[in-house]
Design a protein. Structure first.
Length: 453
């Protein structure tokens, strides 16, 4: 009650400004008239009859689109800064958060420029005015990325995001987009937490807006060469469920979740397609790691509204896992595996299984030679190489390496059983046995298992 009585004391003028700015927004009829304008001069004349007034009155003819864009931006920035100057907490902090997004873009622009040996003074005019801050002038003394990093930490409101997420060694051309994504993630999470503490309609509305912003940035993400996809986990789901509990906007929240997950799925596929050409990063690995991560995230956040998306993530994960294991893992006794694949093909064409041994490429002599080439120590060496390959490809993300290794173990044991059975069927009385046993394989898998990163 007391807050309501004193509202006008601190916030009455700011509210009046907001109402005035809202009433000045162009109406549908104004836009209808604008599209009828044949020249930019006609457009200037029509805007004079709106709340935009004479903001183009001092511009010489001929008028250009760039001039109109610059004057509109100046007008917006002036109105925003005026509102910020007359506001009190928590509105003032809320408005500050809005400017942080522009600050991030400005800082990334400056970092990119310094990496290309461009003077900071030449880059400042290209910075967005809403992302300006008092200490921006001090940053002009920075001539290298390291100096710029130090200036950012000391002089900007973005310092907490840099300290928690980025080191000086990350400042190179390859990492610029990663830095941008990392800063935006930290910023959006911080902004969300601030809105959550405010509660009420602010929390409800901003949850949807911030989640939509995340969706847009995921859709616009362009993967850096040799970079693995980094999922933006929606850690705010538990708090958002509480905020929207029994609210008619719960349906809107669930729609935001679905849009966010759909954007992430599209991002995974786009990044997987983008790395196919580099020849170093298996595209199945990109899909495997990230769909595994999505399963983990959605498993923690038990949201019934995402049941269909959970099933899709599981389906895509299993498909990527099968593709990765098929293309990049293989068997530690690959020649034997290939030999018995040929044996299986011949069995389908020949009248009796025993007739396989009389075929030149699958003879008893050839089988004996291959068995001798695969003593236990060779099989163990093959498993060691396979373990190193998996460690190189995959990160130890919530047990992914262990899951792949367990699958490979099952495949190898099944293959050992299959080969043993085929020897009994197609080479009876040959007294040929694989030199490595199931017990050997189990011991080798334990000894050569990939280590955690």
């Amino acid at each position: 009650m007391k807050d309501d009585l004193l509202f006008n004391l601190d916030h009455g003028y700011a509210e009046g400004l907001c109402r005035g700015f809202k009433s000045g927004i162009l109406k549908a009829a104004d836009y209808h008239n604008l599209v009828q304008c044949e020249t930019l001069e006609d457009l200037r004349l029509h805007l004079q009859s709106t709340d935009y007034g004479n903001f183009l009155a001092n511009e010489a003819s001929p008028l250009t689109v760039n001039v109109i864009d610059d004057r509109l931006r100046e007008k917006t920035v002036q109105e925003f800064q005026h509102l910020r100057n007359v506001s009190y907490e928590p509105l003032s902090t809320f408005l500050d958060y809005i400017t942080y997004a522009y600050m991030i873009d400005n800082i990334i622009l400056l970092i990119t420029g310094t990496l290309h040996q461009r003077a900071i003074g030449d880059l400042l005019p290209r910075c967005h005015p809403l992302g300006s801050f008092e200490q921006l002038g001090a940053i002009t003394v920075a001539d290298t990325p390291a100096q710029l990093y130090t200036a950012v930490l000391v002089d900007t409101p973005l310092a907490p995001y840099f300290i928690d997420c980025i080191s000086e060694h990350d400042l190179d051309e390859l990492n610029v987009e990663i830095i941008r994504s990392t800063l935006y993630k930290a910023y959006l999470e911080d902004f969300y937490n601030f809105c959550k503490k405010l509660g009420g309609i602010t929390a409800e509305v901003m949850c949807e807006i911030l989640a939509s912003d995340i969706c847009q940035r995921i859709n616009e993400h362009r993967p850096v060469r040799n970079q693995r996809v980094k999922i933006l986990p929606f850690d705010f789901s538990e708090e958002a469920e509480i905020i929207f509990d029994k609210s008619p906007r719960m349906v809107d929240l669930h729609r935001v979740y679905k849009n966010l997950v759909a954007a992430i799925f599209r991002g995974i596929e786009q990044c997987a397609s983008a790395v196919v050409s580099d020849g170093k990063t298996p595209h199945s690995m990109i899909r495997l790691e990230n769909y595994h991560q999505m399963q983990h995230i959605m498993g923690i956040n038990k949201l019934s509204a995402l049941d269909a998306e959970k099933q899709e993530a599981r389906k895509n994960y299993n498909a990527a896992k099968a593709e990765y294991e098929r293309e990049y893992c293989g068997f530690p006794f690959e020649k034997l595996h290939t030999f018995f694949e040929r044996v299986d093909e011949l069995r389908k064409r020949l009248a009796k299984d025993e007739d396989v041994q009389f075929q030149s490429d699958c003879s008893i002599i050839e089988l004996r030679r291959l068995v001798r080439e695969h003593p236990p120590k060779e099989v163990k060496r093959g498993l060691e190489n396979l373990s190193k390959k998996i460690e190189k490809h995959l990160s130890d993300n919530t047990g992914l390496i262990q899951a792949i290794w367990h699958d490979i173990q099952s495949l190898v044991l099944d293959e050992h059983q299959r080969m043993t059975k085929l020897i009994e069927l197609c080479y009876p009385n040959s007294n040929i046995h694989l030199e490595f046993t199931v017990e050997n394989l189990l011991a080798f898998f334990t000894e050569t298992a990939p280590t955690s990163h």
